[in-house]
Write a protein that binds this ligand. Structure first.
Ligand code: ATP
Length: 159
């Protein structure tokens, strides 16, 4: 239940990269960064986001974990990006940006909606920022204080 994000993200990226040899940069801004979550579901969610970053970019993929009041994991790519008009629809089931380049990659358009479902189960918020032809950043935001193990521990100690 308690997950240290530094080692967890390292493992997740290594496992992912056994199938796809991509250039990754992992940056954990504060260590240890401990959260309370379901590691299996969080890994599934991150695989979906990593897979999209891989499919829709060719440069390095960055994974950043930080604590700014709440804990945030970001998956950042420097790929095709998502056109502004399409951005509101990427959470819809079976939606795919209608561009020749996205049609070339495999997929049915279920990834992001499944990620959103997992995020709901884990009480996480997903935010997608994207600029066409520059890239995409997906932020996985832990609901403030609730999933952060350190805060839970302090509360237990003070009672
Ligand atoms: P799959 O069902 O295999 O995940 P998919 O990748 O098409 O297929 P989603 O993951 O739901 O489906 O993504 C929906 C659409 O959003 C994609 O088709 C793509 O156009 C766009 N998209 C998602 N992530 C990115 C990204 N990192 N960069 C650019 N476009 C993206």
């Amino acid at each position: 239940k308690k997950v240290e994000l530094g080692s967890f993200l390292n493992e997740t990226i290594s496992a992912f990269n056994q199938s796809y040899e991509r250039d990754f940069l992992l940056e954990v801004e504060k260590e240890p960064l401990i959260v309370r979550t379901d590691a299996v579901k969080l890994k599934q969610l991150l695989y979906i986001l990593l897979d999209n970053a891989r499919k829709y970019s060719s440069d390095r993929i960055e994974v950043i974990a930080k604590a700014e009041g709440t804990t945030i994991i970001q998956i950042k790519d420097y790929g095709y990006g998502i056109p502004k008009d399409s951005l509101p629809y990427v959470f819809d089931r079976f939606y795919r940006v209608d561009k020749a380049r996205t049609r070339e990659t495999g997929g049915v358009g279920l990834g992001v909606s499944l990620a959103a479902h997992l995020a709901e189960l884990l009480d996480l918020r997903l935010e997608i920022e994207s600029i066409e032809d520059l890239g995409t950043t997906v932020s996985v935001i832990f609901s403030s204080n609730f999933n952060v193990a350190e805060v839970q521990l302090k509360e237990e100690g003070s009672s």
